[in-house]
Design a protein around this ligand. Sequence first.
Ligand code: PAF
Length: 280
Amino acid sequence: MLIIRSVKQLVKAIDRLKKEKKRIGFVPTMGFLHEGHLSLVRRARKENGCVVVSIFVNPIQFGPTEDFARYPRSISRDRQMLEKEHADILFLPEVNEIYPKGFNRYVQPGLLAKGLCGRKRPGHFRGVTTVVNRLFELVRPDRAYFGKKDYQQAKVIEAMVKRLGVKVKICLCELIRDFDGVAISSRNQYLSPEERIRAKALYQSLKKARRLIQSGIKDISHIRSELEAFLKAHVDQIDYVEIVNSENLKPLKRISGRVLVAIACFVGRTRLIDNRVIKG
Ligand code: PAF
């Protein structure tokens, strides 16, 4: 696996791959890799001649009181994991490579970023679309892989690509859960053993949502109150419980078609998100 730290070296390597007519599969990450990331890398490996993975903890997608400084980092472990998965290139840029002096090409995230995490984390999705667009310009991938764990992020990126006319296929991959149902996330490592047990409530509340919806209940405020009452008994703070249209992410009053049930909660100091698409 080739490790590249500078934009200059990366552009050269990508030029070479393009000349060789290799299809490039790209997995952008912030590192501290886990099974969720590896599932994206494996799919990219199957579907492309060359797999590029980036690890970059993007400062501009974190709010001033969020966990940028303590975000887990473990490059040597990540590197070993990627070598096992036969990734071809690991792009490991410093902040000044991604955002050189005078950088001002920020990308607005669009309407899909208005609700859910967008409302709770102002500026977050602008940071995501800006970095992902910048990485797409550098890596020039044919396909890029994102997990449904960050469902809103994936939808925001799909819409961005369409709006800007970027020629890349966005591949959405299934959310990966741990043995206890908790959605796998780099942030799970912040949880104490006691918090980890309480974190299961997010997944359990999504199962409850499915049962309620499939029993024919249509009134969303009723379903939300049931989920909130359940979550309150386990988590320290509910950031949001929302049920929205699964495509345009608009709030709904009644269940109709495929809905996204999306949850964000604090367990201890750790903010966890989870979601499930349910057919009404
Ligand atoms: O999902 C992530 O890890 C990040 O938001 C991403 C897409 C790598 C952009 O920094």
